[in-house]
Ligand binder design. Structure first.
Ligand code: NI
Length: 397
């Protein structure tokens, strides 16, 4: 019989708090960059073995573990990302990174601890689980194409009916969450534009093709894509984040390089922005007799949360955090490679608030002083565990 009240996960999850803190701080202190999470994966696998589970190193830097029995029901996947960032930590915390220049500045240490907590609760229930729950400890979320694509290629979605995951989210206060149906996080593309002109004497512009001046006009012209070409009811971002050109104050630059990112929520808009970017760049360069080379790399697609699964996750989050604590929008323009799983199976990605002044956890993600509110972790464990159970019921045939 489907249950409509939360199973009693929250008290056992709260009892796990010391373990959650220990796991999270160990991982925080020993961060590893995307694609290099070998020791992190070993640590996770050891902890899983201590719970009596049988972790598999599906890649040297990835771990999966299964609990339950596919003979009893469907298979549900839960995912945590385990990689850190090339950032020098400035939190001053006693358990700060011991690796110079590398830091868990996105909360993936917390996600890993939470999924270990879920594993701990499920290990106690392994004989009673009405199906199978596959836990994915995924590397390389931060660099597309990343770990999600690798795990999918390795077969982790085989037999999976639905998937869920969460991100600790510092734009939201602790005790709140966002379960957003449909497009929830943006597709993220990357471009590099190289303008070739003809350099020369700063006093003789008529004998040169000024790449710096042309690139400047391109930066300005690119702003018209969102403001003039994209439907105002659609969301899009075109950001030029890097501009390099020139060698001296009295020399006209022969080359300029621009790098930037495009964020969109719908594939049609993604294609439109890409096409407009090419047109604007090529025509602006041609108007100056300069040449433009464009390298455009498609990154993660948008996170498309399944509405049915998201309604289940929203109910569970509300049962834990109370009515009024759950947002259903607006979407975020940040990206997540959880999107890759959602191209294959229905699922939902929850944003769990972690901003708390008393815990100094209000800094933005990827900031050198970023940290999480550890008190949120038990709620995350309970929400994810109950989500797995309710999805097992939902997808039981
Ligand atoms: Ni992240």
């Amino acid at each position: 019989m489907p249950q409509t009240v939360p199973r009693p996960w929250l008290d056992p999850a709260r009892a796990l708090a010391p373990s959650l803190v220990r796991w999270r701080r160990h991982i925080h202190q020993h961060p590893e960059l995307s694609f290099h999470e070998v020791e992190t994966a070993q640590y996770i696998a050891n902890e899983l073995r201590l719970m009596g589970l049988e972790p598999q190193h599906i890649l040297p830097n990835a771990v999966i573990a299964e609990v339950g029995d596919a003979g009893r029901g469907p298979t549900i996947a839960l995912r945590a990302d385990i990689d850190a960032l090339p950032i020098s930590e400035e939190t001053g915390l006693p358990f700060a990174s011991l690796t110079p220049g590398v830091m868990h500045a996105c909360g993936h240490d917390g996600h890993t601890a939470i999924l270990l907590g879920v594993a701990r609760l499920l290990a106690d229930q392994r004989e009673n689980i009405p199906g199978r729950i596959r836990l994915l400890f995924q590397p390389a979320e931060e660099i597309p194409p990343g770990g999600a694509e690798q795990l999918i290629a390795a077969g982790v979605l085989n037999g999976v009916s639905a998937i869920a995951g969460l991100h600790l989210w510092s734009p939201l206060p602790s005790g709140t969450a966002a379960a957003i149906p449909g497009p929830a996080m943006a597709a993220s593309d990357r471009f590099t534009i190289t303008i070739q002109g003809r350099g020369g004497h700063g006093a003789m512009p008529h004998r040169c093709i000024d790449a710096l001046e042309t690139a400047s006009r391109i930066v300005v012209a690119l702003q018209s894509i969102v403001s003039r070409s994209v439907d105002p009811l659609d969301a899009a971002v075109v950001t030029v984040g890097r501009f390099s050109s020139g060698t001296a104050f009295n020399v006209i630059a022969g080359e300029a390089v621009l790098e930037g990112t495009v964020r969109t929520l719908r594939e049609e808009v993604r294609t439109l922005v890409r096409e407009r970017l090419h047109t604007v760049v090529e025509h602006t360069a041609a108007s100056a007799s300069a040449r433009a080379d464009i390298e455009y790399i498609e990154g993660d697609p948008a996170v498309q949360n399944d509405p049915g699964v998201t309604a289940i996750v929203a109910d569970i989050a509300e049962e834990h955090l109370g009515g009024g604590a759950i947002r259903s929008g607006p979407p975020e323009m940040a990206a997540e490679d959880f999107a890759c799983y959602l191209q294959h199976v229905p699922g939902s990605f929850l944003l769990l608030g972690t901003a708390n002044e008393h815990r100094h956890s209000t800094f933005p993600h990827h900031h050198p002083q970023f940290t999480i509110d550890e008190d949120v972790m038990p709620v995350g464990v309970s929400i994810l565990t109950e989500t797995a159970y309710r999805l097992l019921e939902r997808f039981a045939s």
